[in-house]
Ligand binder design. Sequence first.
Ligand SMILES: Cc1cc2nc3c(=O)[nH]c(=O)nc-3n(C[C@H](O)[C@H](O)[C@H](O)COP(=O)(O)O)c2cc1C
Length: 341
Amino acid sequence: MDLSTHYLGLELKNPIIVGSSGLTGSVEKVIQAEHHGAGAVVLKSIFEEEVALAYAEFMKTAKSVAGETPYFDYDGRRSPIEYYDYVIREENLKKYVSLIEASKKAVSIPVMASINCFLGSVEWMSYARHLEAAGADALELNMFFPPTDFTKTRADKESIYFKVTEEVTKNLSIPTALKISHYFTDLGPMIQRLSRTGIGGLVLFNRYFSPDIDIDRLEVTNGFVFSTPSDLAMSLRWIAIMAEKVDCDLVASTGIHDGAAVIKQLLAGASAVQVASCLYKNGLAYLEEMLGGLERWMTENRFMGINSFKGKMSQAKSTDPSVYERVQFMKYYGGRKNVAV
Ligand SMILES: Cc1cc2nc3c(=O)[nH]c(=O)nc-3n(C[C@H](O)[C@H](O)[C@H](O)COP(=O)(O)O)c2cc1C
């Protein structure tokens, strides 16, 4: 049985990628992911924001200890504290570059790096160059500007996605993918336009930290960290709708918790899938069970390779394309009775 697939021009031995998360934050875990059968890994993102937060934290402690504007020793010189964020950034980058280099040495599956920056395309580009030089096989841009900024227009906010993606894609020689959220006003056309920026792949969709409220302690807590199998619905619908409307690969992410969910996403038109929550819950060895499910189903249905069924159930190929756009619960739809109403 041939489970291999192509994503970003890379050959993956199977379509299950361990998504960017704590599961790919160390060489040991990357080795485990390969050992249990992962087709590729996307390393935990390097966050520009962490530099800013570490800097703010340092300033707080430094001030409370010294009671005056702190200085630190940099390159043998006494330099003003303003340089400190630069040093934290370099330290962060150095650690990430070592993670890429060590992972590349330790495993033979593709190792993709992932970055998340603030708005400026200069920073995205600068990080991207370092990660490419470290030997990453591909780069994933984990890009999300929360739609909570009331000072900019929608067009201004959207233009940043294009500016960064076009610049990074144009200037790197390794393939790049863009991982996005579904928080766009005009999601279908937006995905299509993004697919035409020269990007190799789009990851639909990222999952974000969400706050919850503890009603006994009246505190905001870290809630809903992991997805559930029903979270599959959003990415499944959009992979199916967009499969034949984009000029790049599509990779499904969110709510893929078993072999059946992998098969559904491939049928919808995904080139590969990314998983995180189900591996947090069941351990990396669970990859073997998911792969077993995929292989059994392919055998039973006499599909010898992924390409023989990839996209077979996309909206474009579906006998009932309207079902993917149906959103209201009505008594009848598409000539069928909706039993849940
Ligand atoms: C604990 C945790 C940490 C994550 N860290 C990152 C990250 O650093 N970068 C990123 O792009 N996505 C990150 N993600 C998102 C995952 O890569 C994935 O896209 C998301 O969880 C949806 O997939 P799932 O339903 O299989 O969890 C994280 C997810 C979780 C649960």
